[in-house]
Structures are given as C-alpha cells and as structure tokens.
Design a binder for this molecule. Structure first.
Ligand code: UD1
Length: 420
C-alpha cells in the first residue's frame, strides 16, 4: 500500500490546474446509459472513482472509447441490468445507475452501496422516489430489485431533506418517464446543474435548473451529446485551504469562483484572501496567522461537507477557537483523532467540533480514513513541523488527481512512496 510523505513548513507559490469535478463526472457517466447513442464527456478527471464508474457502465453493456480526459460512452444495447456487489462496494455512487436502468429497461438490480465509512448513508429517498414513479421495489440478498415493466410515470416528489444522489437518480429517471415529474426540495449543487445541462443537451426537457424545484417532461428517448464537465469546486476549495494552511500565493487555474461563494466568504473571514482572476481564483496568505471562525456545513449554496476536514486543519493553527458543525453526515469527524496525533486541540460534542488553534502542528505518522479526511491529513502535513507520513492513501486517489504532483509543483516537499 502506498503512502505520502510530507515535510512541512514551506509556503506555496505558483499555479495549480483544477481538474473536472468527480461528483459531476460520476452521474454524467451513469447518464450515458439513458441513450442508445454516444455521450461524449470532455474534461473528465483521471481518478479511481471515474475508472470504477466507467467499469460499471461497461459491464452493463456500454462501449467505451477513452482518450486523455475524454470518454465516449455508447450504450447501444444494455447487456445486463445488474450492478454487482464487487463494483458497487467500492463506490457508493454506483447506485446512480439505478434510475437510468429502470427508466430505460423497466428493470434493474443494484447491490446496496458501500463507499466511504461516514455514517449509515441509506438510499431510501432514491427508492421512495422510484416507487412514487410507479416502480416496484424489492430488497433481497443485499440487492435492490426495481421493476417497472410498463415504464416509469411522472410524479410529484417532495424530498423531506436535501439529497444530492437522490435528486440525480430521479432527475435521470424522469427524463424517460411518461409525463411530468416535479422534484421539490431538490439539491442545488453545481454538479446537479451540470447533469441537468447535459441531459438537456441529450434532448431532455427540464425547467428550474439551479433551483430547488426541477420540472421534467419525460421523452420516449434521448439522443447523444457532447458535454464538458465543470471544474471541481471541492478540489479548488481543498487547494485554497492548502494555501491558507501553508501560506503563499497560488492561482487555481480553471476554477469557477461562482461555485464557491460561501467558501470564499469563510476564507475571507479567517484572513485568507481569495480573488477571482481571468483564469480562475488566486488565493493568498502572507505571514499573519488565520483567525478562528465558526462554520456549519450545509447543502449548496452553504459550506460543503466535503471541505469540512480541510477547514478543520486550517482552523487547527488559527489564532483563537472555531466551532465546526457537521449537519450533513453523522460520523464525519474521523480525522479528529489523527489530527490530535499531530498536536491539534479539537473536542467533539455531538455534531460539533471545537477547534482551539495551536501555533504549530507537529509531523507524525497518521492513517487516512475517508476521502476528504485523507486530503485533510495531507494539508496538516504541509503546516506541520517535521515529517508527516499519511498511510492508507487509496481513498485519496479516488477523488484527487495527482495531488502530490500538483502540490509539489507549487513548492511543497511531498512525495509518494511504497508502504507496507
Ligand atoms: C454526494 C457527494 C458527496 C457529498 C454529499 C453531500 C457524490 C458522488 N457524492 O453524496 O461527496 O459529501 O453529496 O454534499 O456526488 N440520505 C438519506 N437517504 C437517502 C439519501 C441520502 O438518509 O436516500 C442522507 C445521507 O445519509 C446524508 C444526507 O442524506 O446524511 C445527504 O446525502 P446525499 O446528499 O444523498 O449525499 P450523496 O449523494 O451520497
């Protein structure tokens, strides 16, 4: 198993290119199953999760033509409507094939998902939505079996709370349903907007894009399209926090500041400058210590849960205290004991973590638990005195493209090596 070794203390200067968004790429690949024609995706990030998702749609019968940052997906025939345990257990987002398969084939069997170990993360909203659209759902042997022999029917679905995945699954399903579907209290994440715009390019009729109420008029079929995936706002926010942690000045090239307004506001409040540029976003911290600010994770446009661990690292060396409250996932503070090993002073009370800033973190061997926690530990290593070794980094490669190369290019002392 590989590990990442970091010697902290240096500032970051230069530029980092931002890749396509993982969380947009995954539903867009699933959307390839909705049509018999070719869906071409550009700006595709090179990540382990993208590889899993492509493997999954290939297994359902799609033909793939891959190029650098590019894939053509042609699901002329669906050879199998089963998403097997072996693939789904590696990545929770595999459940996103459920909506497209039932909508197109009237049937799907999808293993119940695993993925990051952050809380229980059920898929009940996905299933209730499909039921409201006329599907019959059975759970047996660890699989969800959804059937709709006469096809799905449009329905009005009001989500009791915001779910990114359920919104995406049902949005895709609705494009091929008979009649009109309304998704109320829908998630508004930029990745959902990206999916909706691609579905429109494929011939879907969707109104209310970017709002909490999506209205879809179902079509008998969709056609092929070419679509370029939006830049990753979580990767952007992660590198912005890295600059906050290490100091220096870095331009995040290709970033979309309009998808990060709340994050930029938090950075500003704690003393890290982030300014839109013609090419993306420039982030600076010169000399002074950051100050502690209280932050609560929220669905978009609020502060993203996927940047919570990175923010905690930034707050760990702040002047003063910060209260970080996680409202989206239970059990998403698994990085806390690892940060404590590096000298961070964090106390968890239920869904809130009180972070009392210390002047400096100290390098230590640490263990990565989930994707965002892993990158948080890398950031902590940048701020720490001495050497930090982040073990078990396979999570990191699921969501970050060549993270150590990108950080090394702006001056970080970081390398990947073979571990035990
Ligand atoms: C997506 C993102 C993930 C991000 C999360 C929240 C992808 C591939 N992943 O995950 O990186 O952290 O949004 O922004 O885009 N829930 C239920 N029942 C359901 C569905 C969800 O109870 O049927 C709960 C979850 O356990 C969680 C909350 O709702 O507590 C939000 O989850 P959701 O928005 O669905 O997250 P994902 O789509 O899994």
């Amino acid at each position: 198993m590989q590990r990442i070794v970091i010697r902290g203390g240096g500032e970051l200067h230069g530029e980092i290119p931002i890749s396509g968004a993982k969380n947009a790429a995954l539903p867009l690949i699933a959307a390839g199953l909705l049509t018999a024609e070719t869906l071409t995706l550009d700006n595709l990030p090179e990540l382990a999760d993208v590889g899993f998702m492509l493997g999954l749609v290939e297994q359902h019968g799609a033909a793939l033509v891959r190029g650098p940052r590019h894939v053509e997906i042609t699901a002329a025939e669906i050879a199998s409507t089963t998403a097997p345990y072996d693939i789904v257990r590696k990545m929770r987002a595999s459940v996103l094939v459920l909506g497209p398969l039932v909508a197109r084939m009237g049937e799907a069997r999808v293993s119940l998902p695993g993925g990051c170990a952050i809380g229980t993360r059920p898929v009940d909203l996905h299933l209730k939505g499909l039921e409201a659209m006329g599907a019959h759902i059975e759970l047996a042997d660890g699989y969800v079996h959804a059937t709709a022999p006469k096809g799905l029917k449009g329905a009005t679905i009001r989500f009791p709370f915001v779910s990114v995945g359920a919104t995406e699954n049902l949005l895709m399903a609705a494009t091929l349903a008979d009649g009109e579907t309304v998704l109320d209290n829908a998630a508004r994440e930029p990745e959902i907007t990206d999916l909706a715009l691609c579905l429109k390019a494929m011939g879907a009729e969707i109104e209310g894009i970017g709002t909490e109420r999506l209205t879809v008029k179902g079509k008998a079929s969709l056609h092929g399209a070419r679509y370029s995936i939006l830049p990753d706002r979580i990767e952007t926010g992660t590198f912005a926090m890295a600059v906050g942690v290490a100091g220096g000045s870095v331009e995040l090239v290709g970033a979309r500041p309009d998808t990060l307004e709340d994050v930029i506001d938090v950075l500003d409040r704690c003393g890290v400058e982030a300014m839109a540029t013609e090419r993306g976003l420039r982030v600076k911290r010169n000399g002074h210590r950051v100050v502690g600010v209280d932050v609560m994770t929220q669905p978009y446009p609020g502060f993203p849960t996927d940047l919570q661990a990175q923010l905690m690292v930034l707050m760990a060396t702040a002047d003063g205290a910060a209260m970080i409250t996680e409202t989206i996932f239970e059990n998403r503070f698994m990085h806390v004991p690892e940060l404590a090993r590096m000298g961070a002073n964090v106390t968890v009370h239920g869904a809130s973590a009180l972070v009392r800033g210390v002047p400096r973190l100290k390098g230590a061997p640490v263990m990565a638990t989930d994707l965002r926690a892993s990158v948080g530990l890398v950031l902590a290593g940048l701020a720490a005195e001495g050497e930090t070794v982040v073990n078990r980094i396979y999570h990191l490669d699921r969501g970050y493209e060549r993270v150590e190369e990108k950080l090394r290019a702006v001056g970080a002392d970081i390398r990947r090596e073979a571990g035990e």
